[in-house]
Design a protein around this ligand. Structure first.
Ligand SMILES: Cc1cc2nc3c(=O)[nH]c(=O)nc-3n(C[C@H](O)[C@H](O)[C@H](O)COP(=O)(O)OP(=O)(O)OC[C@H]3O[C@@H](n4cnc5c(N)ncnc54)[C@H](O)[C@@H]3O)c2cc1C
Length: 381
């Protein structure tokens, strides 16, 4: 089977690996516009459960990746000056470039052809193929030029965020919320290698407007954020990697393929970074598409693509809904920080997606559940 994949992100790379392992005679090529050693962003995070999927589906890759991951058992919610460690939420993280470099090596030793610096703007440029995979990220032109066929909806959300890094190595995945005269600033920060952390700053749009970030220089923006989070950074710097303020597009597609063209990963749907699942979902998409081909065979591509959507949509939709509930919680963060006590705030964070109820909070962190019950006895049920 001749497979052409646009985009060497986690989705495209992992699908290529799975198909090549299924049948080494598959002719698989991936086109990536970036050079091999360049990427945007800093580290990505996987929840413990996100790694379980990998262990179940691909023990070899799990073992290949895990020595490179930073792990920690808890998350910490900082409500102004009160830090609330919350147990039972294990996470692992890795630099995005390191993850991609490991995956490049993994697919290349399987015999997949990788072309870097290959900006592709038309399907024809990839040549004839039995299957074309649009794994070219949230701003996929394969999707945007075929929105009617895919039934695409893009919901640009209100909050603004900027993906920075820091030289400080934080001890746990931490969400720090600091009230300022301009509004609440939130930092999502976690170590992804011994001397580096991701440091993503998110604010409500009104805060962003009041701060004047639209016209502030990149250096002044960093200095402003360093002042807001001075107590958290301990004298360490915020660092930029082409960092700029963005709004999050919540993307969904009713139909995932047409003819022999299919979308995968962020091109197919985006999940807000606050649930730490974008990379995991992209890789799970790859597993689902691979399983559809394994089941149907490679002769009837439209049938395999139909099975892919049928089997993948229900579990993906659940996580997508949770991600959207999470992003709405962040859109209300000014009110939540100002009106809730640290315990109520941490509890609200834990239950924000609707997938964690009081019994589950009690299972994960009995101390938090008990503190919350002391304030709200009615939750004991
Ligand atoms: C701010 C932010 C923070 C995030 N944090 C996390 C996190 O903590 N944990 C997590 O799991 N996920 C996180 N994500 C999401 C995660 O990065 C994505 O969900 C994941 O990378 C999706 O993988 P993908 O393979 O679908 O797409 P991508 O990783 O976006 O890869 C697509 C590739 O296609 C290439 N490409 C695009 N157009 C072309 C073209 N025309 N020609 C050739 N190549 C092209 C791009 O260069 C890119 O390499 C975050 C995302 C953002 C924006």
């Amino acid at each position: 089977m001749k497979i052409r994949i646009l985009g060497a992100g986690p989705a495209g790379l992992y699908f290529a690996a799975l198909m090549k392992r299924l049948d080494p005679s598959h002719d698989i090529a991936i086109f990536e516009r970036n050079p091999r050693d360049a990427t945007w962003g800093f580290g990505v995070v996987f929840s413990d459960r996100a790694l379980d999927f990998l262990r179940a589906d691909d023990e070899a890759l799990y073992r290949y990746l895990t020595p490179h991951l930073e792990n920690w058992p808890d998350i910490t919610i900082v409500h102004n000056d009160t830090a609330m460690p919350i147990a039972g939420n294990g996470f692992a993280s890795i630099g995005r470039l390191e993850l991609l470099t490991l995956l490049y090596g993994y697919v290349e030793q399987l015999g997949v052809k990788l072309s870097f610096g290959a900006e592709i703007t038309t399907l024809r440029q990839m040549g004839e193929a039995d299957l074309v995979v649009g794994a070219n990220g949230a701003f996929s032109w394969i999707r945007s030029e075929n929105e009617d066929r895919f039934g695409t909806t893009t919901d640009w959300r209100r909050n603004r965020f900027i993906w920075y890094g820091s030289t400080k190595a934080f001890d746990s995945l931490t969400l720090t919320f600091r009230e300022t005269d301009l509004g609440v600033f939130c930092a999502h920060h976690y170590r992804y290698r011994p001397d580096r952390s991701t440091f993503l700053v998110e604010v409500e749009d009104a805060t962003w407007q009041r701060a004047g970030f639209a016209t502030m220089s990149p250096d002044d923006t960093i200095r402003h954020c360093e002042r807001v989070f001075a107590r958290d950074l301990d004298g360490h710097r915020i660092i930029s990697n082409h960092s700029h303020w963005r709004n999050f597009p919540a993307i969904w597609n009713e139909r995932w393929s047409f003819g022999n063209v299919v979308l995968l990963g962020d091109a197919l749907r985006t999940a807000h970074f606050s649930i730490g699942s974008g990379t995991r979902l992209a890789m799970e998409d790859a597993v689902a598409l691979f399983k559809a081909f394994r089941e149907v065979g490679t002769k009837d591509v439209p049938a395999a693509l139909a099975l892919f959507q049928q089997q993948r949509l229900p579990p993906m939709k659940k996580i997508w809904d949770a991600a959207n509930a999470s992003l709405r919680w962040y859109e209300d963060m000014d009110r939540l920080v100002r009106t809730l006590s640290p315990v109520e705030f941490a509890y609200s964070y834990m239950t924000r997606t609707g997938r964690v109820d009081h019994a589950e909070v009690r299972r994960r962190d009995p101390a938090l559940a008990a503190s919350y019950e002391a304030l709200r006895p009615e939750v004991r049920g």
